[in-house]
Write a protein that binds this ligand. Sequence first.
Ligand code: ATP
Ligand code: MG
Length: 582
Amino acid sequence: MNSGPNTTNPSPATSIGTQSDPDSSNEASAGTDFIRAKAAQDTESGKFGGRVQTRFPPEPNGYLHIGHAKAIALDFGLAEELGGKCNLRFDDTNPETEEQHFIDGIQADLEWLGFKPAGEPKYASDYFDQLYTWAEQLIEAGKAYVDDQDAETISEQRGGFGKPGIESPFRNRESEENLRLFRAMKSGEFEDGSRVLRAKIDMQNDNMQLRDPVMYRIKRAKHYRTEDSWVIYPTYDWAHGQSDAIEGVTHSLCSLEFSDHRALYDWFLEQLDLPFEKPEQTEFARLSLTHTVLSKRKLAELVELGHVDGWDDPRMPTLRGLRRRGYPASSIRAFVDKIGVARTNSLHDIELLESFVRTELNQQALRRMAVLRPIKVTITNWPDDKVVEVEAKNNPEDEAAGMRRVPFSGELWIEQDDFKMEPPPKYYRLSPGREVRLRAGYYITATDVATDASGNVTEIFCTYDPESEGGSTPDGRKVKATIHWVSASHAITRSVNLYERLFVPGAPGEGGVDPLTNLNPNSRETLVGCKLEPALADVAPGQVVQFERLGYFAADLDDPEVFHRTVGLRDEWANIQKRRQK
Ligand code: ATP
Ligand code: MG
């Protein structure tokens, strides 16, 4: 359904800067960006009575993503730093796509990220009556008119850059007729899309936003809050600045695609003759990440078309996806803090975000052993049925985390690729005749294998050195590799999801293609029958642990049988920087 021109938020700016070194895209170091500097100046000069109030205004047509985290950190951070407040406002003026579960989810995600809005959440829909009254005032003042043309015609007549606008034949209607028609629009006398209310500004203005923008359109759609009370809905532009004013917002911060709308934001506020200082809009760069799509429309499509399991799929850049994936909220805050706030859009490497996640988890996460693709090792000189408990560190980065006991027996699982019949050069792990160390356990030497009918190794036979408990021998013998293991009879069995990038290219959709054509068909690999050390039976939902040598893994929030790989161990961000320096 075509709901008329200019009825939804503008689409995100498409221009994207060069691949970023985060520091170079930063106009000032975090904490002193141009927006914070200006707001600090405003408080000093006593503007807005020295008050600072911001708002975070999501539209409840999707869940929050990491781009929103940047806006949130700025809106809430700035208010807090200057002793002001930040409220949450649902910008709910498009009834077709807005739903209550998004409202609830956005609040939960905001809380998870660590921010608390001032007071109860606010809703643009709470102001529908006030906005309507103000619209009638504009009509009476000759500053708004009802246009009987359809959306397509209006859009055509707006012209373009260097292309003059054409005035609507209904532009010079008398106020009384406009008022009568507008009231009739409100009371449902006209078809959807048959008329709109437009501001009467300037059809020749260089700024297209000022060419008589639409303020109301007719739409018979059930609104999740106001239900069927309204058949006309205000546009973003008509609702936003006025909502800011009603709430007492001083600094209205939004992303760059709204730059052109600022003149309109100001124009509406000027017409209304408010009894206090008007809020001011300032724009900042949107966050973009490589291999990632942050348009809610596209994210919704991924969900609807079944490319992912839902908004909280661990491959999604949504806060709930990242949470399920195991990203600590603090690492997301640290990342957006690091990239800072600038005036030009730039594309940030997803590896930088991952490096914040890894740094955080390295400090916090318990170490455990897990074998994802198991092959059996039988220790032939191990006494039958003997079980010992070896001691292993819970977290070498945190002495306070202490030690744990891990059962060791004569039948173990190790990773298939930690054994090779014919080891290539520089392969130091297990192979026939080769001795390796088992992490926190003993030295073992491979002596023989069992194979299936096609010659694949199905089991490895080893001997162990009884004097090597804890990882060293009295003769100080060196081995070149240490591998992880799990005792076969003590292991618990779980599924593990491994993830690759959701989109193959760095900039999905580049060259004007649908980003969904850039999806990586191998973005998830599910391994079943993984063997985990028994202590992993006790992880809490959502807890992240390091599987030694493999990476960080999060226990699923709902399914205790499933783990998700949060991030690998290797610092790919460091590698990227090294490559760029060359
Ligand atoms: P989309 O275009 O994907 O629908 P949006 O901007 O319309 O996103 P809103 O829910 O309206 O989504 O956004 C709420 C706030 O978050 C706005 O102030 C918007 O500027 C900001 N925001 C949204 N995406 C980003 C981003 N990628 N980087 C920074 N801020 C963002
Ligand atoms: Mg928006």
